[in-house]
Every structure is written in C-alpha cells, then in structure tokens.
Design a protein around this ligand. Sequence first.
Ligand SMILES: CC(C)(COP(=O)(O)OP(=O)(O)OC[C@H]1O[C@@H](n2cnc3c(N)ncnc32)[C@H](O)[C@@H]1OP(=O)(O)O)[C@@H](O)C(=O)NCCC(=O)NCCS
Length: 176
Amino acid sequence: MVRTAPTADLPPAELDQLRAFLDAAFRGGFSDDDWSHTLGGVHVLATVDGELAGHAAVVGRHLIAGGQTLRTGYVEAVTTAAAYRRRGVATALMTTAERLVAGGSELGALAASEDGARLYLRRGWLPWRGPLAGLTPTGIVDTPDEQVFVLPTPATPGDLDPDGRLVCDWRRGDLW
Ligand SMILES: CC(C)(COP(=O)(O)OP(=O)(O)OC[C@H]1O[C@@H](n2cnc3c(N)ncnc32)[C@H](O)[C@@H]1OP(=O)(O)O)[C@@H](O)C(=O)NCCC(=O)NCCS
C-alpha cells in the first residue's frame, strides 16, 4: 500500500519510526542534515502488511537552469527496506512521487546513488550532463561529484538544456 502525507500530518511517534527506518535503510549513512532535507514536503510511504517497507519525499526547492529559476519538486530519501527490495516497492513509490512532481513543479530533480540511478533511468529521468553548482552564502560553488537526474513536467520550459549549468539553492549539509 502506498500513501502520501505532509510532514505536518505525521505524528511524532511516526516521525521517530521513519527516522529509524531511514537510518537502517541507508546503513548509518543518513545524517541529521539528510533528515532535515526530508522534512517539510510530502512523504510517500509504502507499507506491506502494515509494516513500513519504503519511503520517498518530495520537497520544494528552486533550481536555476539556463538563467531560468525553476520551482522544483526535489525527491529525497528514496529507499526500500532491505527485506523488501527487488519487489517493485521503489517503483511504486516513484510512480506517486512523480505524480506529485508533475502536478506541482516546473521540474523534478534528485541526486542518485548508484543503486538508485538504474531505477531512475528505467523510469525516464534524464541524467544532467552539464556542470552542477550550488548557491552558497559566499557565492556559487561547483559541485562536480554529483549524479543528478531531472524529470521534465508539463510546466518545464521547452528550451531546458541538460548540457547547460544547473545551480541548486542553498541548504545545510549536502547541497544536492
Ligand atoms: C534503490 C532502491 C530504492 C531500489 O528499491 P527496490 O524497491 O528494490 O526497487 P524495485 O523493486 O522497484 O526495482 C529494483 C529492481 O528490481 C526489479 N524488480 C521489481 N519488481 C520485481 C519483482 N517482482 N521481481 C523481481 N525483480 C523485480 C526491477 O526491475 C529493478 O531491476 P533493475 O535494478 O535491474 O532495474 C533500493 O535498492 C535501496 O533502498 N537502496 C539503498 C538506498 C538507496 O541507494 N536509495 C536510492 C537513493 S537515490
């Protein structure tokens, strides 16, 4: 079963459970900043027999591409519990996350892990080929080591160029 909930509708006990789930699924590689990036938008929660099996979140960000500032649905913290992998859970999560992105944003975007990249490619997300950068309090910095994918929506400008520069807004922790 897949459901959606804004962070505000998740009671504290469910948020605690979600944080523990993400810590386990990312095997200790999920920081307080990563958690912060996951909050404030809409969560997509997959359960199997009532047990949390997978999660994704869509949060609002602004990205700058080709001089245009795009209201972006940014997908965070996509993961399936180890016991439920390769059964289509992430595919179901992404179907819902993509619906949220397509209905409310001028672009979808995410930073992919190696595991995630195959999933996103299979679903039609486009690898960003141009240079990546981020806005910071001290100026624009290059962020060359990221693997970023975008998903055009009905509101994406027709001249979006995946070979151009893509700049993300500032936040604590990982910029992408
Ligand atoms: C990446 C990740 C989210 C994928 O989750 P998942 O639920 O296993 O994904 P799916 O089951 O939808 O698809 C995974 C594979 O299983 C296959 N699959 C889906 N349903 C299947 C089924 N019923 N039987 C067999 N294989 C199936 C898919 O075709 C896909 O194959 P591919 O990898 O060769 O393309 C998961 O591996 C994970 O949580 N990894 C650790 C955290 C991470 O890296 N997250 C991504 C951050 S960007």
